[in-house]
Design a protein around this ligand. Structure first.
Ligand code: PNS
Length: 160
């Protein structure tokens, strides 16, 4: 098994939904590269370094997971890493249109790279990084939504 998969995203911050996808991808690929974009069009709560560090902290037990920063075109980054698969998590119907567009554009840009969709676990269908940040900002508990270590970082960040 030589397939290298890229799991790209903003991860501001990573949620249990993202971690579930990473954990399920781990046995399927020789290497899973979690690629954190530093070109996000939206302002982020966490710096690129913090977003990367949080994912490293919660994936340290997986020897075939790497966490890296990327910028520019995703397919160019994937090519540089010799990856042939892009993984995306699909939550509900609402994700479909945007994901279909991205997968189609990436296919046009580089037909050798396949986008693979993984259905989010039903427990995480409702999770999003923006909802997590809103709940935290309004003083709600994030138990079951993000790992404890990430909940602590969010609280610290919001209290600064
Ligand atoms: O977590 P997100 O915000 O859904 O991640 C989106 C991301 C980073 C995967 C997407 O914006 C992306 O691939 N950016 C790189 C730029 C690119 O390659 N654009 C062309 C394909 S749409």
């Amino acid at each position: 098994m030589h397939n290298i998969a890229i799991y790209p995203g903003t991860f501001d911050p990573a949620t249990n939904g993202h971690l579930d996808i990473i954990e399920r991808a781990v046995p399927l690929f020789a290497q899973v590269i979690v690629a954190v974009t530093c070109d996000s069009s939206k302002p982020t709560l966490f710096s690129i370094q913090d977003r990367i560090q949080m994912i490293k902290d919660v994936t340290q037990n997986y020897s075939n997971v790497r966490v890296e920063e990327f910028s520019g075109l995703l397919v160019d980054y994937a090519c540089k890493k010799e990856a042939n698969v892009i993984i995306r998590g699909l939550r509900a119907v609402s994700d479909f249109e945007h994901e279909f567009q991205m997968a189609s554009l990436n296919k046009r840009l580089n037909p050798k790279i396949e986008t693979l969709f993984m259905m989010t676990h039903e427990d995480n269908f409702f999770l999003s990084s923006s909802a997590i940040k809103e709940i935290a900002a309004l003083g709600g508990s994030l138990a079951g939504f993000v790992p404890n270590i990430i909940e602590e970082r969010i609280k610290q960040r919001l209290s600064n």
